[in-house]
Write a protein that binds this ligand. Structure first.
Ligand code: G3P
Length: 220
């Protein structure tokens, strides 16, 4: 499974990239706003830290505008930048054209299996169903991932990857792994929580204490 960071904070990206297992980064206009940085500058810096796919989102609402922005981003930014497009009729049409250009895309704001399937038919490289935002409405976002994975199982020719997004906690990630989602994009906090285990910390403390004794005894 691919692990992506969902942030435009380059310090967080450097921290997690240093672990050696970061597969990509997703950004969106809200994350760019939070970074306080210039859009293209920060995406270019992210693309230099992580060589996996870096999602940069178009903001035009019409197909022609999305295609123009997508092509400009591809021209101006490093080759590992992929184009994030909202799941609207205009976005589907833009996805089809950018895919024909040879550009990888991530169709975002997906809240139903039908939307995911239509984005796949348009040629999307990734589809991004939002788990946490469904949970926020009182429904179970994980059902959407299950439904999409069932749909994909019925149509093995689909090559679009399911990128579980709007992840809020490690359990979301573990459930996505169980369901076979291809990719999970998560905040740095969730990445850290996934790695942390009190028994690892306690075990390591014990080993280090005992090793000091081995050194003191001159047996190291
Ligand atoms: O990148 C899109 C998605 O992951 C947004 O997450 O937490 O704003 O619902 P969130």
């Amino acid at each position: 499974m691919e692990f992506f960071l969902d942030t435009a904070d380059v310090d967080e990206i450097r921290e997690i990239a240093a672990w050696g297992i970061l597969d990509g980064v997703t950004t969106n206009p809200s994350l760019i706003k939070k970074s306080g940085r210039d859009f293209k500058q920060v995406v270019a810096e992210i693309a230099s830290i992580c060589d996996g796919p870096i999602s940069a989102e178009v903001t035009a609402m019409d197909t022609a505008g999305m295609i123009e922005q997508g092509r400009a981003l591809k021209a101006d930014l490093p080759p590992n930048v992929i184009i994030k497009i909202p799941c609207t009729p205009e976005g589907l049409a833009a996805t089809k054209v950018l895919t024909a250009d040879g550009t990888d895309t991530n169709v975002t704001l997906i809240f139903s299996a039908a939307q995911a399937l239509m984005a796949a038919k348009a040629g999307a490289t990734y589809v991004s169903p939002f788990i946490g935002r469904i949970d926020d409405t009182g429904h179970d976002g994980m059902n959407l991932i299950a439904e999409i994975m069932d749909t994909w199982a019925n149509y093995p020719s689909i090559t679009t990857k399911v990128l579980a997004a709007s992840i809020r906690h490690p359990t979301h990630v573990l459930q996505c792994i169980t369901l076979g989602a291809h990719t999970a994009t998560m905040p740095a906090k969730t990445f850290r929580q996934l790695m942390k285990h009190p028994l690892t910390d306690r075990g390591l403390e014990g080993f280090m204490r005992d090793w000091e004794e081995v050194e003191k005894a001159g047996n190291a």
